[in-house]
Design a protein around this ligand. Structure first.
Ligand SMILES: C[S@@+](CC[C@H](N)C(=O)[O-])C[C@H]1O[C@@H](n2cnc3c(N)ncnc32)[C@H](O)[C@@H]1O
Length: 337
């Protein structure tokens, strides 16, 4: 099997062999899954794909990690779109793995991989360029203990009367999204008013947990899901920072929910995966929503007006209502009859 993504095509031609190395935060590429490597990722969809093939995986959010993860012969970091998240991965590796472990960092030139040189220098780690092809670069270094703690990157910020936790790579990273603000401003009365009964609400793609926390504060029973492990942890911290309860799960859309049903599903759905447009998760969110709603339950979404969700909503529900439209964003509601 040949490598599919440009970054893996660059790795494929390296003499290193990478036997037993950790792949850190890689993209989905079947070439990566065929060797004896271990996946270290916070992406639940990629972790699941590896687990289903019986391959060894680990998440940095898991507190107990085995020797094969903590003492590999080397690590390759796939540099993410969010540079601050790339920096976090380097800090985490320096804090947890043995000093002297060979480190390679690979990424697309367009995605700012060259910035790694500065980041490594700031951490006091030497660096050399190993290769450059397929519009990607590969740098080599070695892990050392550094003075910065990875956990120091967690921040809190205030929005909508709530305290929210933020981590690099989690959507919004430290500020409220305009679309989400519009969604919260146009939620129907039964969600806005605090009632003793409350609703069972699913916040799909919870990010830092703004929607789940906002709804939990109004007395609803919330379940929040995100594919990104850092978002799951951020939502748990956001609920706790406001003294609120809620269930927070890692999952690829509905994958961790079985056949559970809710009164309302609320979402600002994703349409990007790293740098590429990806309508897959939002399409599955809309298509399968009726199976996760009780009769009379509703799916409420906010989205950029140009996205083709109205057609998908009509196909899944029949009718779709526009609760708000400021030309940039629209808030949609579809009811399961
Ligand atoms: C536009 S952001 C919204 C975040 C937050 N709800 C807000 O309003 O600020 C979309 C979220 O969907 C998550 N996401 C992306 N793909 C997903 C998937 N396959 N399953 C679940 N969540 C996903 C992203 O990690 C991101 O947190």
């Amino acid at each position: 099997m040949s490598a599919e993504t440009p970054v893996c095509q660059l790795l494929e031609r390296q003499p290193a062999g990478y036997h037993g190395w950790l792949w850190v935060a890689p993209p989905q590429d079947a070439w990566l899954e065929q060797g004896q490597n271990i996946l270290l990722s916070a992406d639940e969809a990629i972790l699941n794909a590896w687990r289903e093939r019986g391959r060894k995986t680990a998440s940095p959010l898991n507190k107990t990690l085995g020797e094969s993860v903590l003492a590999p012969p080397g690590v390759v970091v796939f540099w993410p779109k969010a540079h601050a998240l790339g920096e976090w991965w380097l800090l985490w590796l320096c804090a947890h793995l043995k000093p002297g472990t060979p480190l390679q960092v690979v990424g697309e030139n367009q995605g700012g991989i060259k910035r790694v040189l500065k980041v490594l220098a700031a951490l006091g780690l030497g660096c050399q360029r190993l290769d450059n092809a397929r519009r990607c670069s590969l740098f080599g270094s070695a892990l050392e203990r550094v003075a910065l703690e990875p956990d120091a990157v967690w921040k809190h910020f205030d929005a909508e009367g709530l305290t929210l936790a933020s981590h690099p790579g989690v959507f919004g990273h430290g500020k409220l999204d305009d679309g989400t603000r519009m969604l919260l401003a146009h939620l129907p009365n039964e969600l806005v008013e605090v009632t003793s009964k409350g609703c069972d609400v699913l916040d799909m793609g919870c990010g830092d947990g703004i929607i789940a926390t906002w709804l939990a504060k109004r007395g609803h029973r919330v379940c929040a899901v995100d594919v990104n492990g850092f978002a799951v942890e951020a939502t748990r911290r956001s609920l706790a920072a406001n003294g609120l309860d809620g269930e927070v799960l890692a999952g690829d859309v509905y994958s961790s929910l079985g056949e559970r049903r809710f009164d309302v599903i609320v979402s600002n759905p994703p349409f990007h995966q790293e740098r590429s447009i990806d309508h897959g998760p939002a399409s599955r969110l809309i298509r399968d929503a009726p199976m996760h709603l009780r009769s009379g339950g509703s799916l409420i979404l906010v989205a950029n007006a140009f996205l083709p969700w109205p057609r998908l909503l009509s196909e899944a529900f029949g009718d779709v209502e526009i609760l708000a439209d400021d030309r940039r964003y629209r808030v949609y509601r579809a009811i399961r009859r």
